[in-house]
Design a protein. Structure first.
Length: 474
RNA sequence: GGUGGAUUCGUCUAACGGUUAGGACACAAGAUUCUCAAUCUUGCAAUAGGGGUUCGAUUCCCCUAUCCACUACCA
């Protein structure tokens, strides 16, 4: 499910819940050619994972079923015929190829060839078994307008509307027809959808009017754009990266983080709060906060929002859910995962950030000795060699390799050498990690690596510096 | 081409005629910390352009520009 679709579903859900209304799932599968096996299951699982629980739907039923359009085929036919009788629709026997010629300049789609066939002609064609569609008979003049709850008053000249197909030649309705019939029959009061439907809305309104049905309220939402590699902006799509909810979840973004972020695309709360739970969103959501201009999907801000949610997570939950992403099953790190997880929780934006952050623990990376040179900690190659050998002396005699014990002995060593902890641990951490920045400090890493590996890396550090000094000496 | 819509820091947005145009992300600096992150402080940065209306326009009107959507027997 595309992020754009999910955002629309989210707003519909938030609006329904905030008004103590019902959120209804209807499967619109009237294009049999585009049927994709399993896609309905993706919708169910996405809604479930995202926490958007529907009150009526194909899987749980309800008073206005069936909720799958292909199972309602007969209903649409009946209503289409009603419109024909009322003169608001007509049979059309044109073949698709008859109107293949592009609409002329300023023209409006179908040329209305069959709009004024006599009843006799229609009957003759039907009796001959000729395939047909049923088209909407759009009034030739007048205007259609409505007050959109987001976009305000919108008026369109009927003369600019085309006689769209309502019932296809295979007997299935078009989306344009089915949505009107179903929304009426299912007693939908508020329709929330993307602004790409703004242009076709007058045609739907004319259908409501032709049936004599009460029009629902309309809430059109701004679209979500993405930024292209060249800096330009266009409607969010696959080329912008992972844009399906599933893909983002697989990357280790939290469902609640994704939901929180997309709620902020096209809506803003009255307060300056930015981090929300679903319940808070329901409580604070209102249509007045929805705005009209499109928003650009920003992975950086998604990352920040998700990182906030990760940091807020109960540590026990983080330990459990992040573990599979760490890929440390069977390694020496597995028993120490709880400790490692505590270091990671505030340092990642999504679970998939974890492997690269801990790779240095599993395998010592190659590094340049220039890392030992650090002005703020007054660290040089010479001082590093000295500190590292002191550290090795101190640690090799250490029996108790617990965090507390390590901290105590390193602090003691610092005092002994007349150093603050920082200058002492800088070279130690470099020798242990080979990295400028690590999750956790030198003492955390000593603990995680264990005694043998720690001492090995410290010795290797001295060796590396000495070797380079020798080469420099030549 | 036609129709409809949109236009505030790079990005998400606040300000429904009167503010030094606010907040957040990102970026930068500082505090703090055994590095980094987290946290806190500070800085940088915007009303597309032009006309009106008004004592006063981000806000209302018009024009221009740019962008988007629709213009399917797709949804």
């Amino acid at each position: 499910m595309h992020i754009g679709n999910l955002r629309t579903a989210l707003f519909a859900y938030l609006f329904a819940k905030s008004q103590h209304g019902k959120f209804i799932l209807r499967i619109e599968d009237t294009d049999q050619g585009r049927y994709v096996e399993g896609s309905v299951d993706v919708i169910y699982s996405t809604l479930k994972t995202a926490g958007l629980v529907h009150d009526e739907g194909p899987d749980i039923g309800g008073d206005y079923g069936p909720y799958t359009q292909s199972e309602r085929k007969g209903i649409y036919r009946q209503y289409a015929l009603e419109l024909v009788e009322k003169g608001a629709a007509y049979y059309c026997f044109c073949q698709k190829s008859d109107k293949e010629q592009e609409p002329q300049e300023g023209g409006i789609g179908y040329d209305r060839h069959c709009r004024n066939l006599s009843p006799e002609e229609v009957k003759a064609q039907l009796d001959a078994g000729k395939p047909y569609v049923i088209r909407q008979r759009i009034p030739l003049d007048g205007t259609t307008s409505w007050n959109d709850l987001v976009y305000g008053e919108i008026s369109v000249e009927n003369a600019t509307l085309d006689d769209q197909v309502l019932l296809k030649s295979d007997g299935m309705p078009t989306y344009n027809f089915a949505n009107v019939v179903d929304d009426h029959l299912m007693r939908i009061t508020h329709i929330i959808r993307g602004s790409e439907y703004l242009s076709s809305n007058p045609k739907y309104l004319l259908l409501y009017d032709a049936f004599g049905w009460e029009r629902p309220q309309y809430i059109h939402l701004p679209i979500i754009n993405g930024r292209n590699a060249d800096g330009s902006i266009s409607k969010l799509s696959k080329r912008h990266g992972a844009v399906s909810f599933q893909a983002l979840v697989e990357q280790g973004y939290l469902p609640q983080g994704i939901i929180n972020y997309i709620a902020l695309l096209g809506w803003s709360p009255k307060s300056e709060q930015e981090i929300f739970t679903m319940d808070e969103l329901i409580e604070q959501f209102s249509i007045e906060g929805v705005h009209k201009s499109p928003a650009v999907f920003d992975y950086q801000k998604l990352g920040w929002v998700d990182g906030q949610h990760i940091t807020m997570l109960d540590p026990a939950v983080f330990v459990r859910d992040a573990f599979p992403y760490a890929q440390i099953s069977g390694t020496f790190l597995e028993p120490k995962w709880t400790k490692l997880a505590s270091l990671l929780q505030s340092r990642i934006t999504k679970y998939s950030d974890i492997p690269e952050k801990i790779a240095f623990l599993l395998q010592m990376p190659e590094y340049d000795t220039s890392l030992y040179i650090h002005k703020k900690n007054k660290s040089t190659l010479e001082s590093s060699v000295s500190i590292l050998s002191h550290a090795i002396d101190c640690l090799s005699g250490l029996e108790d390799w617990s965090e507390d014990s390590l901290m105590a002995s390193m602090t003691a060593l610092a005092t002994e050498l007349g150093l603050k902890l920082g200058p002492l641990t800088w070279p130690v951490r470099i020798a242990l990690s080979g990295l400028m920045a690590t999750p956790g400090g030198a003492i955390d890493i000593l603990y995680l690596l264990g005694k043998d590996e720690s001492l090995k890396r410290l010795n290797d550090g001295i060796r590396l510096i000495s070797k380079e000094n020798l080469e420099d000496g030549k």
